[in-house]
Structure formats: C-alpha cells, structure tokens
Design a protein around this ligand. Structure first.
Ligand code: G
Ligand code: G
Ligand code: MN
Ligand code: NA
Length: 255
C-alpha cells in the first residue's frame, strides 16, 4: 500500500515517471521506423524501479488507467516535439493495459489529446494485449472502431501468449502483430519455436497485417526472422530502451 501511495504521488510530481523509448527497425534501410514507449519510475529513495515491479502495484491500486493516460499524454507531446523539429515520420507505440482498454473513455481521452497536441495521429500506435480481444463484444468493437476513426495504429502485443481467438482476429481492425519474445528467443534451438514463429509471420501476412518480432537478441534470430519474411524488429540486438536524448533519429531533408 505504501508503494501504491508513492506511485499515486509520482503521478502528480514532475520527473519521477519517465518514458524510455526502444527503437524498432526495418532492415530495408536500417533506419529507426518506430519506438516503443516504456515507463520507468525514478523513485526518490530507491532509484529506478522497473514496470515489472510497479505495474502490479498500480493494478492492485486501480491506477492503471491513470498510468496509461499519463504515458499517452507524454508520448503525444513527445510526438509533437519530434514533428515540429522535422524528424522523419515514425511509429511511437504506447502500451495500453487491459483495465484501461475495457474501462471505456479511451477514445474520448485520445481525441482530446490529439486536439491539444495537433499531432499526426498516424505516428501513434496503441499496443493492446490479447486479453482485450477475447471475443468481439460491442464495447471492444466500438473502442477499436473509435480508435481507427481517430487515425491511430493498433498493434497486438505479446502475440501468441494470450487467449485471443484466431477465429475473430480478422474482425478487429488491428494493423500489426508483435510476436512475443519467448517465441523469438526459441528459434535458435527449438523446432516448435520455429514453427510457431513462422506460422505467426505467415498468418499476419495472409491477413494483411504488419508483423514485428520482439526481443531480438542475436544475429541468428534476426537471420531466421528475415529469411522467413518478418519485416520489422525490436530487441537488445539493436538497442535497449533509452531516454529520449539517447535516441538517434533521422531528420527529413530541409531540416
Ligand atoms: O520495459 P520493461 O521490459 O521492463 O517492461 C515490462 C512490462 O511493462 C512490459 O510488459 C511492458 O508492456 C509494460 N509496460 C511498460 N510501460 C508501460 C506503460 O506505459 N503502460 C503499460 N500498460 N504497460 C507498460
Ligand atoms: O510486454 P512488452 O512487449 O511491452 O515488453 C517490453 C519489455 O521487453 C520491456 O521491459 C523491455 O525492456 C523488454 N525487452 C525489450 N527488448 C528485449 C530483448 O531483446 N530481450 C529481453 N529479454 N527483453 C527485452
Ligand atoms: Mn509492448
Ligand atoms: Na510485448
């Protein structure tokens, strides 16, 4: 409970919560084509606390919608800065937890943020978990359709580990599947991992979805993924998540 109260406080203070960004690359040109925003908590006494430790606390205290809203706002304002400074268009992916997704109000909140920041919405991608896609309830379909009408991108995070129904996948207007890193990390030494990974890639392509491999750590993994038609990659092989000042982004000509 103590940490929960401190987290509530951190949401009010400046600088305690911070977004790090992990590059996503496409091998055609090797440029950064996107970044995933990942939250870090700079605790005044304990130093940096990772999401693995504070997200469960946030869940227990009902703070996920507030935390996700905070991340969305910071990411949208960062996109505005990058757009105004003339950086090449890219994807900025923000994780949206299941409680936030099902709580309702996400579309309205985002509409206000887009108004306020005047960003090009096609830069923004929301990463939702498979749990949000269990069955096509009216509420889920309305939220997804509302988000698509705003012009933002939708990715399914940790794909392959959850319970989303393959039978319904094509009904959701999602744009991208992110192959969970557990599969990516098994391609070097498990036949089953290779089968699952290539199957996800082929299914994504067959459904007209983009596909990104998460948690790429070695050249062997990258080669396997590339040889099997994967298009974009994220992982420690390229970069860990870094503060904004450490990202190496490209500017468009004329800037
Ligand atoms: O960065 P790290 O690997 O420690 O992240 C661990 C987990 O925390 C991942 O599953 C990631 O999706 C989640 N996470 C990080 N930042 C956010 C955030 O802003 N919102 C939500 N909902 N989850 C996040
Ligand atoms: O669940 P989600 O995909 O949002 O999780 C992102 C998490 O994965 C972050 O905590 C990030 O630090 C971590 N991560 C990113 N790249 C790698 C990687 O190559 N290997 C491992 N083990 N973790 C990674
Ligand atoms: Mn993610
Ligand atoms: Na993931």
């Amino acid at each position: 409970l103590e940490l929960g109260n401190q987290l509530r406080g951190a949401l009010q203070h400046d600088n305690e919560l911070q977004l790090y960004y992990q590059p996503q690359v496409c091998l055609i040109d090797g440029h950064i084509v996107g970044v995933e925003a990942l939250m870090r908590w700079h605790h005044p006494q304990e130093g940096i606390i990772a999401p693995g430790r504070f997200l469960p606390v946030a869940e227990d205290n009902g703070l996920m919608p507030e935390l996700d809203g905070w991340a969305l706002r910071v990411a949208c304002h960062q996109i505005a800065v990058w757009q105004n400074e003339g950086f090449e268009p890219m994807i900025v992916a923000v994780n949206i937890s299941q409680p936030t997704f099902v709580a309702g109000g996400l579309v309205e909140r985002l509409r206000r943020l887009l108004d306020e920041t005047q960003i090009d919405p096609s830069w923004l991608e929301l990463e939702i978990t498979e749990g949000a896609l269990l069955e096509p309830s009216t509420q889920v379909l309305d939220t997804i359709n509302g988000l698509k009408e705003l012009g933002v991108m939708l990715a399914v995070d940790d794909f392959g580990t959850g319970y989303s129904s393959l039978a319904y996948l094509h009904r959701y207007r999602v744009d991208k599947l992110k192959i969970d890193r557990s599969f990516v990390q098994s391609v070097e030494d498990e036949d089953e991992g290779r089968v699952i990974t290539t199957t996800i890639i082929h299914m994504a392509k067959g459904l007209g979805l983009q596909v990104l491999a998460e948690g790429v750590e070695t050249e062997a993994q990258l080669n396997f993924l590339r040889d099997n038609g994967c298009e974009s990659y994220q992982g420690f092989y390229f970069s860990k998540p870094v503060p904004v000042a450490e990202l190496k982004l490209e500017k468009t000509k004329g800037h």
